[in-house]
Design a protein around this ligand. Structure first.
Ligand SMILES: Cc1ncc(COP(=O)(O)O)c(C=O)c1O
Length: 435
């Protein structure tokens, strides 16, 4: 008999302070007519590392979210549900646009869109003339992959742990235009940044035009030294396209820190924006060389807006995005990054030398954020993930069928209390005994 059953878990959530507060707040916020202004959270004068461990502060943050009480979400890697002020603004925006109809679209939307672009560009540390607001990373990356004028024989380097749909986009480009793809193997537990840079360097030839680099690998949580890779590539005249789906607003960086040429990200992941928002960054001088995915020809070649024309869109999402940016800033990017790293080490550290449990995520905190990939020797990932859910109501995702990474991805998020990670520790101890 396990010490902890699903039934107990569900009852526990209905009666504890955490579950109660979350439910009460969600109902209150959803029916509230009050302004959705972000109430500033006061981080005080603690540095990011101290704030990361300040449970009273994170409990305050947690009250702004409304996670469902009937399971433990350790799968924030798919997307991070918005904070309630963001959700409220998205809903309010929806009501507003619904009431104003085409008046909003024709007379008010453009100003809203540009204000959103400005806020996002400031957060990313770049000019608003370099930022397109897309629907997600998939769209952002496809715009660049399909939009660059690569010729037959031109080489593109990518890795064995890049996201599947980006690899497919590269493969389609290869089939249509004859570009040559070169795959490199990223070590799961690198000894140094140089080892990783070297992996990419060795694949570059005089025909290489582009490196495709994943900033934070979704399978393992591994954060790659993107700046060093970009510097090495640029010395050889090679451009770099960064898939930052998981790194933006998770790792504490601004785009100029990377000095990449192109970058795509999803804002509904770690910025906690409304679902269906992404960003594409293109270095100003590179914009003319990218063809839009949609056939927009009326704009100037150097206008980033040529890359984001999608026709009619749900612009209330953009209003929610502005609130999400303010919410993120009220916590502070450095403190949030430190907290997410801490949530990872909090539960993983004690298992690093376990005889059966092992990780596909580097141990060095500089090489990971919230995401960890864990496995038990001799146990299939589906069996471990099912054990966690069936016995502890813990939602994770098994990574199976990948040629390099096999394990269970575990992703706490901003609202995750340490209590959930204590349960995760207990669940892993039990799994290692019983499976
Ligand atoms: C590395 C990476 N790239 C791209 C994506 C696609 O993101 P989206 O579905 O938001 O487009 C993901 C999704 O998890 C990802 O992990």
């Amino acid at each position: 008999m396990l010490p902890y059953t699903p039934m107990l878990r569900r009852n526990f959530f209905k009666t504890t302070a955490i579950g109660g507060i979350a439910l009460g707040l969600s109902e209150g916020w959803l029916t509230s007519k009050a302004s959705a202004a972000v109430k500033p959270i006061d981080p005080g004068d603690k540095g990011p590392e101290a704030l990361a461990r300040d449970e009273a502060f994170w409990q305050r943050v947690r009250r702004d979210f409304a996670p469902a009480p009937d399971f433990i979400n350790l799968e924030y890697g798919y997307f991070c549900p918005a904070a309630l002020p963001t959700l409220e603004e998205e809903i309010r925006g929806g009501r507003l646009i619904n009431s104003r109809g085409s008046y909003y679209m024709r007379r008010e939307m453009q100003d809203d869109l540009e204000a959103t672009r400005n806020d996002l560009a400031k957060l990313a540390g770049v000019s608003s003339e370099e930022v397109a607001i897309t629907r997600n990373t998939t769209e952002s990356m496809n715009i660049v992959i399909s939009g660059l004028d690569l010729q037959a024989g031109d080489e593109v380097v990518y890795s064995d742990q890049d996201y599947g749909s980006m690899v497919e986009a590269l493969k389609q480009k290869s089939e249509r235009y004859g570009i040559v793809l070169k795959q490199v193997a990223v070590p799961l537990h690198p000894e140094s940044d140089e080892q990783i840079v070297d992996v990419f360097r060795r694949a570059i030839t005089p025909k290489t035009k582009l490196l495709h680099v994943t900033h934070l690998i979704n399978l393992t949580g591994h954060v790659l030294p993107v700046r060093k890779i970009c510097d090495m590539a640029h010395e050889r005249g090679v451009e770099v396209l960064v898939d930052s789906a998981h790194a933006f607003a998770h790792v504490d960086y601004q785009i100029p820190d990377l000095d990449c040429d192109y970058l795509g990200t999803s804002l509904h992941k770690w910025l906690c924006s409304p679902v269906g928002l992404g960003m594409l960054y293109v270095k100003k001088e590179k914009i003319p060389q990218v063809w839009g995915l949609m056939g927009d020809t009326h704009r100037d070649d150097g206008d980033i807006r040529k890359l984001e024309h999608l026709g009619t869109r749900p612009y209330n999402h953009h209003r929610g995005l502005r609130t999400a940016i303010r919410y993120h800033q009220s916590i502070g990017g450095a403190a949030k990054a430190a907290r997410l790293r801490y949530l990872n080490t909090y539960w993983t550290q004690g298992f690093r030398n376990h005889e059966r449990i092992y990780f596909n995520t580097p141990e060095d905190p500089a090489r990971h954020g919230a995401i960890a990939n864990v496995a038990i020797r001799g146990v299939e990932p589906e069996a471990l993930s099912a054990f966690l859910y069936d016995n502890y109501d813990i939602l994770t995702v098994p990574i199976v069928g990948h040629p390099v990474v096999k394990g269970v991805r575990v992703t706490p998020g901003v609202p995750t209390p340490l209590l959930h990670l204590d349960l995760m520790k207990e669940a892993m101890e039990q799994a290692a005994r019983k499976l």
